[in-house]
Design a protein. Structure first.
Length: 416
């Protein structure tokens, strides 16, 4: 096990090959979940896993599990993975790196003829991003019991298309019940998506947990009227109200600096005509903090400022709570395996809490879990210019490989 490493060139080639599926002119990927492009990358992944000798199972939420057998079929598999869906202006590595590095680990084990004790699996979780169907991490959430299948199936995109119907349309509704499958441990490699590792010149992040995150949807209702004839003091302009709310929501995070963040990233104005006062505005809110107590305070403050501004401006404002993903602390043994693997390779590393959401956050509810981070250029992510170097991808995949093998050995030693 000591000398095993992944094949850096093959991993990079797979990343670049799949990046063409939904590739954008600016060098990113637009591969929204359950679109035809998602089907194409899933087909690619299934064939690649089968060519590597794996058996691929798809569950009822479209989660894909590719299994390489171990010596002891009675042991639950050690799983690796992440997601192949992207943001509308996504980069080439968010999610994809974790799935293809898992595939590369399996290919490398094949090359070396290495037999693990437990089966090894690589997983593609459906709809991690949540940008088409909110909330994020939807199918790993169902797997872990945070949501149920009817909830997932009923999620609608902004055009009114449903998750369940789109899953069937692309042919990825499997028969295995979601969550029925046992997982012995889960390891997810991901780019950091922030600037800390690069700033501190660390090659690897040993991820100890994920911060808490909550999503809301706000509908502000005013009154549509003529832009030329409605005096300023008689207006009920939903967009002016929403603008004040956006500023105030930003202020809530600033008041809880430096760890709090708040974002309004999606807004729709109705009827969206240049000479009608906006009668209705719909917008999303994303609040995050590593401490759930502070996050709950932020929620209270956000709801209070929205109500106050709506009252002052004679508007209605309805706030819907649509997601609450509490802060997560990963399993000490899995985190230890990641740290030891980074040390074995001599990679500089530090412990880090993830600011981004990941499928690992939900899977940690049902299996011992940890994550590996590698830096990305300037910390830029959720952006088509997201960039890492081939040796950074390889470092992450090597740590993934060795953490999985160390965990496999420890599990077998315990069972013996
Ligand atoms: C997932 O991509 C997130 O929003 O952190
Ligand atoms: Mn991701
Ligand atoms: Mn993402």
């Amino acid at each position: 096990m000591q000398n095993l490493t992944i094949n850096a060139e093959r991993l990079w080639d797979s990343l670049m090959e799949t990046a063409r599926i939904g590739g954008t002119a600016k060098g990113g990927i637009c591969r929204l979940t359950l679109t035809d492009l998602d089907r194409q990358v899933r087909d690619w992944f299934r064939s690649a896993c089968e060519a590597a000798g794996c058996e691929v199972t798809v569950d009822e939420l479209g989660n894909m599990f590719a299994r390489r057998p171990g010596k002891d079929p009675s042991l639950p598999p050690i799983a690796m993975g992440s997601h192949l869906d992207t943001q509308p202006t996504g980069g080439k590595f968010d999610g994809v790196l974790g799935v293809l590095a898992g595939l590369e680990v399996i290919r490398s084990l094949n090359d070396a003829g290495y037999e693990t004790n437990a089966p090894i699996e690589v997983v593609n979780w459906t709809n991690e991003e949540g940008s088409r169907f909110a909330p994020a991490m939807l199918a790993s959430g169902v797997f872990a019991g945070a949501f149920d299948r009817p909830f997932a199936d009923s999620r609608e995109d902004r055009e009114g298309k449903r998750f369940g119907e789109e899953l069937e349309r692309i042919g990825y509704r499997g028969s295995e019940k979601c969550g029925e499958r046992k997982i012995g441990a889960f390891f997810e490699l991901h780019i950091e998506q922030g600037p800390i590792l690069e700033d501190e010149r660390k090659e690897v992040g040993v991820v100890t947990g994920v911060q808490g995150m909550r999503w809301y949807e706000v509908t502000v209702t005013g009154f549509e009227s003529h832009a030329g004839t409605t005096p300023m003091h008689l207006r009920r302009d939903a967009l002016v109200g929403a603008a004040r709310m956006v500023e105030a929501i930003n202020g809530v995070a600033l008041a809880h600096a430096p760890l709090a963040v708040s974002t309004v990233g999606l807004m729709e104005v109705r009827p969206n005509s240049r000479n009608i006062l906006p009668g209705e505005v719909f917008f999303s809110i994303d609040l995050r903090h590593p401490d759930d107590v502070v996050l709950a305070e932020m929620e209270g403050e956000v709801k209070a400022v929205i109500a106050r501004i709506a009252g002052e401006m004679k508007l209605d404002a309805a706030v819907a709570d649509i997601w609450n993903s509490p802060a997560v602390h990963f399993d000490p043994a899995c985190v230890g395996a990641v740290r030891a693997a980074a040390e074995d390779f001599g990679y500089s590393h530090r412990d880090i809490v993830s600011g981004a959401g990941h499928d690992a956050a939900y899977i940690s509810r049902v299996a011992p879990t940890a994550m590996v981070f590698v830096p990305c250029e300037k910390g830029i992510s959720h952006n088509e210019s997201e960039k890492i170097e081939p040796d950074q991808a390889a470092a992450g995949a090597n740590v993934l490989l060795r953490a999985v093998l160390a965990y496999d050995k420890a599990m077998a030693d315990r069972a013996a």
